[in-house]
Design a protein around this ligand. Structure first.
Ligand code: ADP
Ligand code: MG
Length: 406
């Protein structure tokens, strides 16, 4: 066989050995110069696959398939550009699926990657977990590193740890200089700068230096700069000084993501499966990917039960929102007006009362990062209802009204 594409390779495996195909779903696949690359970060998995491929593949195709340990590849790539720290080639603009909810973020990320430091500086991307923020940061980084810019990607937590270590070892000057000499800093999960005063000071200085020198800074966070807690005002105002964009999820994008991910894993895109996935997964792309992988291994049987309660959560969301003259998206989004907050808490309460969903599942259905928000909301509503007869009446009305419709 002269060269191989992912498609021909998978078709070949399907014919010769399905069990091998199953193992390979744990790998990421790429196609370059007529070769198929199987990428993993797991060394044992790599060895296992190599052995299997050696024994099972025919001579023609053997030379066209290469198993690579991700770190190995990264190190190699790093040597080629100036600095490219923390980047993983898994994330690119090409494999980012674009839809209504993430289009703006995608487009500005592309522009920033084209001309770092020139247009939007800083670029601040925010939104719930699993919606592709890290993916976009990494895609910008990879694109710029490829063109020879020096890039550092780092989570705010790692940045902070690195700073503390440098202070301890008397190397804070080196730390500062390092960041002053790069072209592009991608700082992820900046909500974790919260309360870390010294880190904020160091970052503020690096930020200013980079900004003045037209070096690009891109930030990602689970919330809008204004909603960051215990982050100094001057940093927040810097964050807002460039462009702030939100990533969110909508049904059409979700549908597209499900279809594309099914194709990537070579599962036939049947309406039935797509529908099931739409209902049984949250809006978190990481969850969607995980569920699709589980289908590959276990089929769809295990999804059904979950989909029932997921459906119910959606209905509760809808009816509660309608009752308050809101949209279901308002309850899922980050709006914090008194009215929205109250409706959201009531919806939490009703989900707990009317379904078997766990607090974690409820949190997920409302795009909340952890279930303590749900616990807090339910408690608050229960306390208030003890004192407020009108609220108590609304709760029993909604419980009956919605309960009848589940
Ligand atoms: P976040 O940083 O917002 O929590 P990630 O960027 O880590 O989310 O995304 C979680 C997973 O979902 C990653 O594997 C990522 O590649 C994938 N993903 C998220 N959004 C998209 C998208 N629009 N297209 C393709 N893959 C996506
Ligand atoms: Mg992330």
């Amino acid at each position: 066989m002269e060269g191989a594409s992912i498609k021909t390779f998978l078709a070949y495996l399907e014919k010769i050995d399905k069990s091998l195909l199953r193992i390979l779903t744990n790998f990421r696949m790429e196609e370059r110069n007529g070769k198929v690359y199987l990428l993993t970060e797991d060394e044992t998995l790599k060895e296992k696959a190599e052995k299997l491929l050696l024994t099972k593949l025919g001579n023609g195709i053997k030379n066209s398939v290469v198993v690579v340990l991700e770190e190995e590849r990264q190190v190699k790539e790093n040597k080629e550009s100036k600095t490219a720290e923390g980047l993983s080639s898994r994330f690119s603009f090409q494999n980012f699926i674009v839809g209504e909810g993430n289009r703006l973020a995608y487009e500005v990320a592309l522009e920033v990657a084209k001309e770092p430091g020139k247009i939007y500086n800083p670029l601040f991307i925010y939104g719930s977990v699993g919606l592709g923020k890290t993916h976009l940061l990494q895609a910008i980084g990879n694109e710029c590193a490829r063109r020879g810019y020096s890039v550092v990607y780092k989570s705010a937590t790692d940045f902070s740890e690195e700073m503390v270590d440098s202070i301890k070892s008397g190397k804070i000057k080196e730390f500062r200089n390092r960041y002053r000499n790069i072209d592009l800093l991608l700082l992820d999960d900046v909500q974790f700068l919260s309360g870390k005063e010294r880190t904020q000071i160091e970052f503020f200085n690096i930020f200013n230096h980079m900004f003045l020198n037209e070096k690009q800074i891109v930030l990602a966070s689970d919330r809008h700069p204004k909603e960051l807690k215990d982050v100094s005002d001057r940093l927040v105002s810097r964050f807002e000084g460039g462009l702030v964009v939100e990533v969110c999820m909508d049904e059409i994008t979700k549908l597209e993501i499900i279809k594309r991910k099914l194709q990537e894993l070579r599962i036939e895109v049947q309406d039935k499966i797509v529908q099931l996935l739409m209902e049984s997964t949250s809006n978190n792309v990481r969850d969607i990917e995980g569920t699709i992988r589980s289908i590959k291994l276990k089929g769809t049987g295990h999804l059904k039960e979950k989909s029932l309660s997921k459906n119910d959560l959606e209905k509760i969301k809808l009816y509660t929102a309608l009752h308050f003259g809101l949209k279901p998206e308002d309850l899922v989004g980050n709006k914090r007006s008194k009215k929205v907050n109250k409706a959201r808490h009531i919806a939490f309460y009703l989900c707990k009362k009317l379904t078997d969903a766990s607090l974690i599942e409820i949190a997920r259905a409302f795009n909340r990062k952890d279930h303590s928000t749900v616990i807090y909301g339910i408690k608050k509503i229960e306390e208030e209802a003890k004192r407020d007869r009108k609220l108590s009446y609304i709760l029993s009305f909604l419980e009956k009204h919605i309960g009848d419709r589940l």
